[in-house]
Design a protein around this ligand. Structure first.
Ligand code: KG4
Ligand code: ZN
Length: 341
């Protein structure tokens, strides 16, 4: 739309919904001029998961520097950007509030439009940066620590949800299983590494089907199956092979995700599918999706690795399409921890 008259809309985006403090400058929703991510993983590792109070405090300590660095890396200033975007939810309320407050302060002080963005829509939009030719409609499977959602992307920021997780999200299951076999936090990348040394066919872990809802996911039964296996081996005095557990568990998750995605591709006759969210960084998942899509001659899209897990660039990408629709927030913008897609 703006390409013809070469107008460039530069959005400063802020993300602080969980344990990454991030700021980015994105041009026209597609061009990432900067993307600064300050991770809190070392702070939370000691506790085996994200501690909300520690996360909020770390966001406060880092947010100003992260924003300044994002502007500096992009060669921009508060005066040269066109709008300020921020994740309004879902996420941890204390963490979200830090980003929302910072964005409101900048928007007010510099008289710029303020755009509140849904974090899950942001994950989908990461694909617009990594895949310049991707435009709606397409199918998207969002797999993160908090959400597992299969959706049709009807238009920018417009979704028709086909299914979602009824209990644990896939990423959450990765994190819990990793903890159970002593791999620590964050579980996803650790399971992926451990799985490389293991046999994915060593243990048959079941993935429950959700009755009635074809595209819903359930991963808590799988998590329990791993815990039961660990207990029964312990009671029998049999030493377990963590690499085999990691590989078998990962295979079960991947086959549930890919199975649902391919069923939807076939039912809706889609010819394009994207993945998004932290678990979309998983190499076994990416490979399986690539193979199954190739078999069906479906185009497969995925974000670059750095854009899979939480980052502000994806928020800037989603925000651009809200900007085009003048979908702005006023200063009453608040954190919405339970926000849905
Ligand atoms: O999207 P994200 O950064 O945050 C949420 O919005 O939840 O996702 C974080 C989740 C964590 O559960 C983490 O273990 C998982 O993504 N994750 C992975 C990998 N990298 C991150 N899971 C499997 N394999 C990975 N390589
Ligand atoms: Zn996320």
């Amino acid at each position: 739309m703006f390409e013809n008259n070469i107008e460039k809309i530069k959005i400063l985006a802020i993300e602080s919904s969980c344990d990454e403090t991030s700021a980015a400058v994105v041009v026209n929703g597609r061009e990432m001029k900067s993307n600064v991510i300050s991770t809190q993983i070392p702070l939370h590792t000691l506790y085996g998961g994200v501690v909300p109070e520690i996360a909020s405090r770390a966001h406060i300590e880092r947010i100003n520097q992260v924003i300044e660095k994002a502007l500096e890396d992009a060669g921009e200033t508060f005066d040269t950007i066109d709008a300020v975007a921020v994740t309004k939810g879902p996420g941890l309320v204390g963490s979200l509030l830090i980003g929302v407050s910072a964005a409101k302060a900048i928007a007010w002080a510099k008289d710029k439009p303020l755009i509140g963005v849904n974090h899950i829509a942001g994950h989908v939009a990461a694909n617009f940066i990594s895949n310049p030719d991707l435009e709606p409609p397409f199918l998207c499977l969002i797999v993160s620590g908090g959400h597992t959602t299969l959706t049709r992307v009807l238009d920018y920021n417009e979704f028709e949800i086909l299914g979602q997780s009824v209990d644990d999200a896939a990423g959450e299951a990765f994190d819990k299983v990793a903890r159970a076999i002593g791999l620590g936090y964050p579980g996803g990348p650790k399971i992926q590494e451990k799985a490389k040394e293991g046999d994915a066919n060593a243990i048959q872990f079941p993935v429950a089907k959700v009755t009635g809802k074809k595209y819903d996911f359930s991963f808590s039964g799988l998590k329990s199956a791993v815990l039961n296996y660990l207990n029964s081996m312990k009671m029998k005095g049999v030493e377990v092979n963590n690499a085999d557990i990691a590989a078998s568990f990962q295979k079960a998750v991947v086959s549930a995700l890919v199975g649902h995605a391919m069923d939807a591709v076939e039912e809706f006759g889609e010819d394009r599918i994207a993945i998004a969210g932290g678990v979309s960084a998983n190499s076994a998942f990416r490979k399986a999706m690539e193979e199954e899509c190739a078999k069906r001659h479906i185009k497969f899209y995925r974000p670059d690795m750095i854009l899979c897990t939480d980052n502000a660039a994806m928020i800037g990408a989603a925000a651009y399409y809200q900007y085009l629709k003048q979908d702005f927030s006023d200063y009453s913008l608040n954190a919405e921890p339970g926000l849905k897609l």
